[in-house]
Write a protein of this length. Structure first.
Length: 398
């Protein structure tokens, strides 16, 4: 099959995030399986490293900048859309509305809505216009379109605007490169935070929570991984036991995951939280804020703890977990077990199944060869060996 993927950033853009990781992971696997995959994005990122797997079946087409890529994609669909069997648009806040051109052959993969993010990342009145006018109008453009969400939280957010989803395909994670049998956290536990150093990811909350842990466990340490505009201010106010690594290569991130005892994951709003599942694959429990996306990626009392969105709750939950090694071990085992269900291979298969479901007669482009369609099977729900009832203060705020 010939598949076109629309994305407003290149997967190798310096500010690429979870959406771009998702796109590249599935595109690479589809190409390796023999499908012809084209990623369309901004011209400035159109270079050979945009599709680093080197597959002859995967190519990148660039046109426009990040600000004009939506208009450029519209032109490209009108001129070249007929050559593709399916069109997948990757949506982070603003959709391409490809269905208005190619009909039901287009599927919108919606990663997350912005909502509260506007207030933290943009000045007034842009934030007010964005949240009350722009984003609602963008989302409603997908009413009647084929939509896949990456989490139940994203599906619920879209439903508030009258957009229904036909499937939920959550992100995956790579199997751990370093395997070890975890039995308990270290005497001097290592806490980890991974993300972009921007306000919406709330790294300051992780630092404040770490300070709470240090009051009880003086030998605890915190590794902060990621780059962003807050990196310099954070480095200027270092705390004892804290290391700011900035942006690191994937191999370095995996090494830090393999040695971590706990992942702190505050935030504002997420589509899912890929790093939570990456940590789980290494048997690292997660203490996360009770916000959209993170409450889907982290099963409260099973693979980690979901707490009210404040640093005190985050730090207190971490302390309780370090003081109960048996509980930590059970969460670690359940997290690693669950992570095995979220592989990128499975994501690629499930998304292709959702993308290539039969469409209404006459909708979109001509039908591809039915023999080329993948077989779709409903996944078997995993069974977890551990479950815990959260502490009272970790269930408030739902």
């Amino acid at each position: 099959m010939k598949i076109l993927i629309l994305n407003w950033k290149s997967p190798t853009d310096s500010s690429a995030g979870g959406a771009e990781r998702y796109v590249l992971e599935v595109a690479t696997r589809w190409a390796d399986d023999g499908h012809e995959v084209t990623i369309f994005g901004p011209r400035s990122a159109a270079n050979p490293t945009a599709v680093p797997n080197g597959s002859p079946n995967l190519m990148y087409v660039g046109d426009g900048s990040r600000l004009t890529v939506f208009r450029a994609a519209d032109r490209y669909l009108r001129s070249s859309g007929g050559q593709f069997d399916w069109v997948l648009e990757s949506v982070s806040t603003r959709p391409f509305a490809a269905h208005s051109i190619v009909g039901d052959r287009a599927v919108a993969l919606y990663h997350q809505t912005a909502e509260e993010v506007w207030a933290l990342e943009y000045p007034f009145p842009v934030n007010w216009i964005g949240r009350t006018m722009l984003e609602p109008s963008w989302i409603r453009r997908l009413v009647g379109a084929r939509v896949v969400a990456n989490s139940p939280s994203t599906a619920a957010a879209l439903a508030r605007y009258g957009v229904s989803v036909e499937a939920i395909v959550s992100p995956g994670c790579d199997p751990p490169q370093i395997k070890e049998h975890r039995t308990a956290p270290g005497v001097a536990p290592r806490l980890l935070w991974v993300g972009r150093l921007v306000r919406t990811k709330r790294p300051a909350d992780a630092i404040a929570a770490f300070a709470r842990v240090r009051e009880v466990i003086p030998g605890a340490t915190l590794d902060l991984v990621g780059g962003g505009y807050l990196e310099a201010p954070i480095r200027a106010q270092m705390h004892p036991g804290m290391t700011v690594h900035g942006f690191v290569p994937e191999v370095a991130k995996r090494s830090l995951l393999s040695r971590a005892d706990l992942l702190l994951l505050p935030g504002t709003r997420e589509g899912w939280g890929i790093v939570a599942m990456e940590a789980a694959s290494y048997g690292v429990p997660v203490v996360a804020y009770d916000i959209p996306g993170l409450r889907d990626a982290v099963l409260d009392g099973v693979t980690g703890m979901v707490v009210p969105a404040n640093p005190e709750a985050l730090g207190s939950a971490a302390v309780r977990l370090f003081q109960a090694p048996d509980r930590w071990r059970q969460l670690s085992e359940a997290a690693q077990q669950r992570a095995q269900e979220f592989t990128w291979d499975r994501v690629a298969q499930d998304l292709l199944c959702a993308l290539s479901r039969p469409t209404r007669p006459g909708a979109g482009l001509s039908s591809p060869d039915p023999a080329a369609l993948p077989s779709c099977q409903a996944p078997t729900p995993p069974v977890y060996s551990a479950h815990f009832t959260s502490e009272p203060d970790s269930t408030e705020g739902h």
